[in-house]
Design a protein around this ligand. Sequence first.
Ligand SMILES: [Fe+2]
Ligand SMILES: [Fe+2]
Length: 481
Amino acid sequence: MDIQNVDYTTKIPNNVNLAEDRQVLRALESWHPGYIDWWMDMGPEGFQQALVYLRTAVSVDPKGWAKFDYVKMPDYRWGILLAPQEEGRTIPFGRHYGEPVWQDVPGEYRAMLRRLVVIQGDTEPASVEQQRHLGKTAPSLYDLRNVFQVNVEEGRHLWAMVYLLQKYFGRDGRQEAAELLQRRSGDADKPRMLGAFNEATPDWLSFHMFTFFTDRDGKMQLESLAQSGFDPLSRTCRFMLTEEAHHMFVGETGVGRTIQRTCEAMRAAGIEDPTDIDKIRALGVIDLPTIQKKLNLHYTLSLDLFGSEVSTNAANCFTAGLKGRFQETKIDDDHRLEHATYPVLKFVDGEIKRVDEPALTAINMRLRDDYTADCQRGLDRWNKIIDKTGVAFKLELPHVGFHRQIGEFKDVRVSPAGQIVDEATWNRDRSQWLPSKDDGDFIASLMKPVTEPGQFASWIAPPRIGIDNKPGDFEYVKIAA
Ligand SMILES: [Fe+2]
Ligand SMILES: [Fe+2]
């Protein structure tokens, strides 16, 4: 079988020759019913019978992998898709730098590797659970399709991790695969593993912020796992990244269209002052200061996903050759980092200071810095939208010490501008920095479903081009009667 083409003859579409890998095929087939049960229970509520215009992978070739068609989500062909094996690939970093990549799990790194796969795997179903109520308040059929596309692909990412667990980790892999279907986002007893994946996604601005900031953390994690010396993990993550790009497109354009609509409404009403919140809200759009607060929240929750700035665990994963840096192969250094340092922002003697740490233990920090730079590029594009309308306002990323639950700044109050503040100041100004209950209630009041093809809610502009180049009034979702 050609590795580029996906085999749809087995129950589970794949390009890993599952038809001849009977044991793994059987393990996946016995996991499948539990997955479908999970999807029916925890997937998009109220839309399981709707026909959704979705893309499905028919080839992993970057130029032609997606085919669009109407499908009911429970019938989506979730498959196992790995990027093609690269001939002669070598381990690009760590102690084993330059050695041939592993096609099997190295025994000494088995536990560490399994943990990486499980943590990644746990985030995928978590986001589907977080987003399951959004369909009921979608601002358009176009947006409704987008959230469902993201959801089915996160489901596929779970399959991708479960394949690795079942093929390479034997009995404990099967156990972990089962547990991935048992944890629930936000559950008091069996929560998902990472904080941001237990937060609520109550409205569409939250969803777009989530796909911009939190899916972008996902991209950075996948980028660093795509460097892995364990080749099946690398190939899996490389293909997942092609899907992840769409999730970030949904987030960036979703927030961008919200900003655009706000600015256009302000101009049309002759409102100059972006902080004239009552007047702006009366137009049925979301004021820019509130968008800034939502951004502050989602950015900082996502920063926590990178873990502690200084981490021996991260150093061990790097040295072992399991998890590299962003664009590892393009970095011009020795890729072992035994003698290198990296600057880390720390809280020392009551002050925020830049301290040189061993580059190995600062691996998380470096990935997070790359993430911040990537976020900033997105903000620059949002600010251009504001500029073009002539509204005087600029969105900014808050200081990395602001509103943190993990790492150096978890026990200190830092303002978005990077000032250390006391508890009284924090309590006084908190509602200017993070969304308040009022802000949430106002946003919720705008979340009215729009299901007429080509129509959009008051608070968001239409997209410039349709998905798969469809016209503006295309019926992206045929909602079942
Ligand atoms: Fe994902
Ligand atoms: Fe994603």
